[in-house]
Design a protein around this ligand. Structure first.
Ligand SMILES: Nc1nc2c(c(=O)[nH]1)N[C@H]1C(S)=C(S)[C@@H](COP(=O)(O)O)O[C@H]1N2
Ligand SMILES: [Mo]
Length: 326
């Protein structure tokens, strides 16, 4: 008997088209821990997630869990070739072409708080402190396309606990690195964003078990275009919340401004929860195009509230009018 899929960490299955990924039992055996390996785009050590008790390294058959029909892993070429990373241009192919100009090593992250604490941490040190695991999540862009991506990384909650700020704060704010000389999109006249790119979460959202920091995908270190060396992944929110190439983290009690909200507040809210009932002013959010798709097979599927993760996150918003707080 096949159980209906209900887990947020979609179970990897033997149907993935990625041969390297199919062989991951092998790579797991041979993989060695180490952050320099990571920057050299070698396989990451991945630990099966014990999140909700599902071994993501079992095949669907072995584990008795099955993928939902539309939730097939998006091939690596689409995940790393069709991107939004405006720092490197506005076309979907620009990030893959230009993001490699970004210097990834060394990479430090400035930690600060309203209380005045500041510290700089090195990405390598952070990586050494964290246990890596895999999470397969749907990613739903506000532009109404979506993918299914196998991320490697650690829960954001683990990172926040490790940072252990003094006092308690209501929000956590993130900024992307901003190096104008390396980011051609930021020098463009058509660039609309007030750089650096900024995002933020309410603390209870940040501490939710689904909020994740990715340092890899498909078992390899993150491609630059996907937000190397570390980026946020918040699978129940529109993709623009999942900020890439994080250079600073700030703990605050005031709700921070976020980049898209600043550009068009009536179109993009602070919450940005995936919601088929609340349309974007210029287009419907009822359906999404699941990549890969083409003119002849558009692969159009209905969008689900909270991107299908309501079971895990709906409680966060029980007192909120989702139409008003979009
Ligand atoms: N710094 C930064 N982060 C960003 C963006 C961006 O332009 N700059 N685009 C966002 C948007 S709109 C989406 S849909 C996702 C896309 O992530 P992916 O390219 O890894 O699929 O990244 C998000 N994070
Ligand atoms: Mo997006």
């Amino acid at each position: 008997m096949t159980k209906q899929f209900t887990d947020p960490t979609l179970c990897s299955s033997d149907i993935t088209p990625e041969s390297s990924y199919l062989n991951r039992r092998q790579f797991m055996k041979s993989a060695v821990a180490g952050s320099s390996a990571l920057l050299a785009a070698q396989p990451l050590v991945s630990k099966a997630s014990d999140f909700v008790g599902v071994d993501t390294f079992m095949s669907a058959e072995e584990s008795g869990w099955a993928l939902q029909a539309p939730d097939v892993l998006t091939p690596f070429t689409d995940v790393s070739g069709y991107n939004n990373f405006y720092e490197f241009g506005m076309d979907k192919s620009d990030p893959a072409r230009y993001a490699s100009a970004m210097t990834l090593d060394p990479w430090s992250i400035r930690i600060s708080s309203d209380g005045g604490e500041t510290a700089d941490i090195q990405f390598e040190d952070l990586l050494r402190a964290m246990d890596l695991q895999e999470r397969i999540y749907r990613l739903r862009c506000v532009e109404a396309w979506s993918m299914v991506i196998p991320w490697n990384g650690f829960p954001l909650a683990e990172l926040l606990r490790w940072l252990n700020p003094e006092g308690s704060y209501r929000f956590v704010q993130f900024r992307t690195r901003y190096t104008r000389s390396e980011m051609r999109g930021t020098r463009s006249f058509s660039s609309v964003i007030d750089w650096p790119y900024q995002e933020a979460l309410r603390m209870d959202e940040a501490m939710n078990a689904l909020s994740f920091i990715a340092v890899g995908l498909y078992g390899k270190s993150l491609p630059a275009q996907n937000g190397a060396p570390l980026r946020l992944v918040v699978p129940w929110k529109y993709g623009f919340k999942s900020i890439k190439s994080i250079a600073s983290i700030h703990f605050t009690n005031r709700q921070p401004q976020t980049s898209w909200q600043s550009i068009a507040p009536h179109e993009y809210g602070f919450y940005a929860n995936v919601n088929p009932e609340v349309d974007h002013p210029r287009w419907s959010q009822r359906y999404e195009r699941r990549l890969p798709s083409s003119l002849f097979s558009p692969n159009r599927i209905p969008t689900r509230i909270f991107n299908g993760y309501g079971e895990y996150v709906a409680d966060l918003y029980k007192d909120l009018d989702l139409r008003q707080y979009y």
